[in-house]
Every structure is written in C-alpha cells, then in structure tokens.
Ligand binder design. Sequence first.
Ligand SMILES: Cc1cc2nc3c(=O)[nH]c(=O)nc-3n(C[C@H](O)[C@H](O)[C@H](O)COP(=O)(O)OP(=O)(O)OC[C@H]3O[C@@H](n4cnc5c(N)ncnc54)[C@H](O)[C@@H]3O)c2cc1C
Length: 450
Amino acid sequence: MSAPRTAARTEALTGWGRTMSTVATVVPAIHENEMASYIREANSRGVLARGLGRSYGDAAQSGGATVFDMTTYNNFSLDQATMTLTAQAGASIDDILREIVPLGFFVPVTAGTRIITVGGAIAADIHGKNHHRDGSFGAHVLEITLLDGAGVVHTYTGNDPEFWATIGGMGLTGVILSATFTVIPIQSSYITVDTERAKNLDDVMSRMIERDHEYKYSVAWIDTVATSGRGVITRGDHATAEQCMQDGVTNYFDYDPKNIATAPGLVPSGLLNRWSVRAFNEGWYRKHPTHRTGELQRLGAFFHPLDGVQEWNRIYGPKGFLQYQFQVPDSAGYLVGHTLQKLREVGALSFLTVLKRFGPGNQAPLSFPQSGWTLAADVPAGVDGLGRTLDELDALIAAEGGRLYLAKDSRQSPTNFARTYPRLNDWREIRDRMDPNRVFTSDLSRRLAI
Ligand SMILES: Cc1cc2nc3c(=O)[nH]c(=O)nc-3n(C[C@H](O)[C@H](O)[C@H](O)COP(=O)(O)OP(=O)(O)OC[C@H]3O[C@@H](n4cnc5c(N)ncnc54)[C@H](O)[C@@H]3O)c2cc1C
C-alpha cells in the first residue's frame, strides 16, 4: 500500500497573462519523498513544478499533468558571514527581501516583481535592471539540489552541465528543491535615482548607450502611443548610509512594501482603449521631470512598483494579455522602433513598455539574455491582426540573431524557437540524461516541441 499523500486538488491554471487555461492535478509540495513518488508514478502527461505563476504564458502549467505547487516548500536561511542564502525553491523573493533587507542585504538580481519564487527565478534565469553589470540570476547561484526524472536527488554546481541546463531550463530538467546563491551587502533600503526624459526613441537609446555603464541599475519606459517613441530613463545605485543621512532619512533599513490597491475584478476590455492608454502614456511622461538627480527612492518603488496593486493583470479583462519580450544585438537596435511602430499600426497599445540593455549572456543553453537590447511590451490579447504582426516580427528578430523570452512567451512557433536558441540540441542531450522518459513537461514544452 502506498504512503498517504498530501491532498491534491484539480485546478485550472494560467500564466500571469490569463490566457490559455488548462486543468491539472495540483499537489502542494511538502515532502521531497512524496514528490519523488509522484515522479516515479507519473502518467503520460508527466509532472511540472510551479512557483508563483508570474510567467506570462504557458510555462508553469501542464494540462492533465501533476503540478507541484512549490510555494509550500519555502524555508530559507541567510549566512551573513559568507553572504549566501540557501532557500527551498518555493521561497518567495518577497519573503526573502522582508527578512534580509533589514539585515543589510539584497538579492543579486531582481525582476520587475518580487512575487516570484527562487525556483522560478532559476528556471527562467531572470534578469533585472542590472544585467549590463551583473548578468542574470543564474550567475549568482552556487549550488542547486534537484529531483530528476527518476525521482533521485542530485546536487549540482557550476561545474556540472546539469546545473546550466537547469538554469533557464523552464522546469524541464527536474524539480529544483533548493538553491544557494550569493546576496549583496547594502547600506540602506534606498536607491539614489537619476531620471531623464528623452524626446524620442533615438534619444532614449543613445543616452542609454552613453551612460548606462555608470549605474548599477537602468531601465527606460517608452511611450508607445507617441510616434516619436519618447521615454523616461531611470537609473540608480544603492544609496549609502551617508546619502540617506544627508536626505534626512534616519531609519536606513526600514523596509515594509505594502499593497496600495487591488485591481477591480471584471474590467470590460473596452475600458482599455486607445484613449485611456493615450491618457496614461501622456500623464506618465509628464509626471517625470526633464532631468533630476539623486532622488532617494525606496527599494520597492524603484524595483517593484506594480506589486503595490494586487492582481493588476485583471485590468486586461476576460481575454487576458500577453507580453512580447525580445532581445536583439546592438546591430539590430532598429527593431526596437520597428516593433513599436508595428504594434501601433495594429492598435495593440501598451501601458507598460520597457527597454533595457543586456550585457553578455552566460553558458546556460536556454538562458534568454545576450548582449544588446531587450524590449518588453504588454499588449491585450485578441487584437485583430496581432498574431500575424507578431509572427512577422518574430521572423525579423530571428534573422538578426535575436530571440523571445520563454517566461513571457505564449504564442511563438516551434520553428522560430528552435531557430533562435541555437544551443537547443546541447540542452536536449543533457535533459535526456536527466529525464530520459520526459516526465517533466509543460504546455510550453509541448507547444514548442522542446
Ligand atoms: C510584473 C512582472 C514583472 C516581471 N519582470 C521580470 C523581469 O524584470 N525580468 C525577468 O527575467 N522576468 C520578469 N518577470 C517574469 C518572472 O520573473 C518569471 O516568469 C519567473 O520565472 C516567475 O517566477 P514564478 O515563481 O512565478 O515561476 P512560475 O511562473 O510559476 O514558473 C516559471 C517557470 O519556472 C519553473 N519552475 C518554477 N519553480 C520551479 C522549481 N522549483 N523547479 C523547477 N522549475 C520550476 C516552472 O515550471 C516554469 O517553467 C516578470 C513577471 C511579472 C508578472
């Protein structure tokens, strides 16, 4: 007789974009032995680990499969002497920051939301506003433990190909159980921020090329309605205790990010129209000063402004939305403007479009970032002609050596994916050793024939 199991539930799962829901058996991750037995007894739809479901498309869902809800597997401990943190994979960056910021530490890389898990950060090899300086999350991971396709636990370090196949491997090499990564020392919970408005896209891009290297963090917001592609560049560094003192801030490590609102439940798609998006973009551009230096901003306001509004993804209404995020080398920087123009032409207007510079990529075969530009635009799903426009853009990006980010993708073709991740076969060889029976599958892996 098999051992009693944690209560499983049947649940419809989607990504953050709320499109393409599929139903799975969701099992809270409590014991690694129990997960191992689910892996050994998996049906033909397999198993998958899911974190906080902040990937936009179909990466963290798998219709008909067993999906481990890793958020119940969430202990972590900080070693201040070695500046390393060891966490179970379901620990959230939010919980980690609430514990370590008051002690004077920060994560080496953070995404635009802190509501993600350590496992999700590793599996997507997330990048932040400091990629040009510090690379992606995987570059700061020292060790991972993982349950493989036979339900066997392994420990891997950067010397192992299995380690790099798991970084950016989108959960398809196994279940990450825990990881050790470095943290960075900080002198305060503030960032000194310089803000500049740039009058058009060329201006935005040339300012970023000229001066991004002077800052640890940099990002530009682009007005997607204005044909000029004007934008606001915000760049910053961790504030020192002295800078805080000069600004009259005495409690340097005060850190308590709060929700300021919850997005309303069922927003009709019609509310997000040409006029509301135009008004938002105009207002957002005007809200920022032409030029300001040395403003102290709290960590939450600088890195995770959207986290203040719970469930903001519901404002796109029942059809949901997608994020189109691609990367191209500097030589193909023209595709940033071209993409914005094509999205405008098809009426896929965006509130939230950000442009960042990437530094060199790492040795993980499926890691997304490579040197150059990355543009990310949130657009409502179901806009007429959007699919065809994005397919055309995919082909142009691929021809220039660029690619789409799997953590955001919900629609590219398997051919486009294989063409743009040239080390896919290297990755498959390692995956086939780790999971010869392809137990780990997701809707994304089936759609892209990974
Ligand atoms: C508002 C917002 C802003 C964002 N900003 C950024 C950004 O700036 N940079 C960036 O890189 N990304 C960004 N993202 C994307 C997000 O960081 C990634 O999708 C991340 O993977 C989400 O983590 P999660 O815990 O929610 O993982 P999920 O979405 O639940 O899962 C993502 C993938 O990780 C796998 N996975 C999760 N846990 C495990 C585990 N324990 N073992 C093995 N595989 C696992 C899943 O199978 C899936 O393939 C943003 C997302 C949102 C919603």
